[in-house]
Design a protein around this ligand. Structure first.
Ligand code: NAP
Length: 338
């Protein structure tokens, strides 16, 4: 019997999501093992590495060039992603980069150009909602033709709270960036303009919150996103896609319900981990399988670039109080069908 291939995975960044991915690869996924990790927080990196029998390395490039590392997960802070992904491409190693691919559109474009020059797909970006069953059902409803042509998307993205270090532009770059990706992916078209409005501020917020973010797509589909990062009560993500013949809707899942005399009490997911746990697992397993087969179905470097460009336009729209057009380069033929 053929022995199953075990890929060696290197992980850069062992904070919240890096550790979450390491634990999952070690205990719940197949075909891969974490072999090397790096984090500037060396003690945390050592603990995480020890927990799964991996080695620690002294810097990110040591992970990327480690002969025991076949593929890399980048889970460091966003401003480091582009350079770390470029180093993976240069080393010819597949990389799953947590969102965002880059914090500037020009850096994201450098990644796209490097991958095109490499001539094979090496980059997947961590937009895990594409693997969520609910979002997939909304997409299937549209793709099947049953709800007709897409006309409008209404989306809600609420987080219970954010740390004091959170700045108002981050509602777009860190939070709404997921709606940017899901809108592009559901509709199969680019976003061409962004407007952001804010009104009465939540008493729990240090910056403008909530914000209403509007996108317009190439064919004229209108998308509205309520971004509210201090909603207090839980994590709440919803999406309604309105078509010419009907609509498809993603509700916030009710995780449990209890009924007692005179009432029914249901629960709301506490945070992104609870809400999207199975999507993160499916995303990572699909990427591991993709590294083996060379076929990926997640968000590509182009998707990461387009999302960054829309987020950049959104930040300008927020700062300047006007609608800002999204300026994308022509899509390289390399990304046709990816
Ligand atoms: P985090 O908890 O701050 O973890 C990042 C880790 O990287 C920290 O331990 C940080 O150390 C470390 N680090 C700093 N400089 C580094 C370097 N040069 N090389 C390697 N590691 C370095 O942040 P997080 O919440 O895990 O987020 C990490 C990334 O994942 C962000 O881009 C975030 O947007 C993304 N993310 C995505 C999702 C999703 O839904 N897909 C969810 C959560 C996070 P220090 O703390 O000492 O700086």
């Amino acid at each position: 019997m053929e022995k199953p291939v075990t890929l060696g995975i290197g992980v850069i960044g062992t904070g919240n999501i890096g550790t979450y991915h390491v634990d999952r690869i070690a205990s719940r996924l197949s075909g891969a093992a974490v072999t090397a990790v790096f984090d500037v927080a060396t003690e945390r990196a050592r603990e995480v590495a020890e927990s799964v029998g991996a080695a620690t390395r002294d810097q990110d490039l040591d992970v990327i060039h480690d002969p025991g590392v076949d593929a890399v997960v980048v889970a460091s802070p966003g401003h480091l992603h582009a350079d770390q992904v470029l180093a993976c491409i240069e080393a010819g190693k597949p990389v799953m980069c947590e969102k965002p691919l880059a914090t500037t559109t020009s850096d994201a474009l450098k990644v796209v150009e490097a991958e095109v020059a490499a001539g094979r797909q090496l980059v997947q970006v961590g937009f895990m909602r594409r693997y969520d069953q609910g979002y997939r059902q909304v997409k299937e409803a549209l793709d099947s033709g049953s709800i007709g042509e897409a006309l409008v998307i209404h989306a809600v993205h609420r987080n219970p709270s954010v740390p004091e270090s959170f700045r108002e532009f981050m509602a777009i770059t860190d939070s709404v960036v997921h709606e940017i990706d899901t809108s592009r992916w559901l509709l199969g078209e680019e976003i061409v303009a962004v407007t952001v409005r804010s009104g009465k501020r939540s008493p729990h917020a240090l910056a403008k919150d909530p914000q209403l973010v509007h996108f317009e797509t190439e064919s004229g589909v209108l998308v509205d996103v309520e971004s509210f990062v201090n909603c207090q009560y839980g994590y709440d993500v919803r999406c309604e896609l309105v078509g010419s013949e009907g609509y498809a809707v993603l509700e916030n899942p009710m995780l449990s319900a209890s009924v007692t005399s005179g009432g029914r009490r249901t629960t709301v997911p506490a945070d992104w981990r609870e809400r999207f746990d199975s999507a993160y697992g499916a995303e990572l397993q699909a990427w591991i399988d993709g590294v083996t087969t060379g076929r990926y179905d997640g968000a590509s470097a182009w998707d990461g670039y387009a999302a960054t460009a829309v987020a950049d336009a959104g930040v300008r729209a927020l700062e300047e109080g006007r609608t800002v057009a999204v300026d994308l380069v022509d899509k390289p033929s390399f990304y046709a069908g990816r």
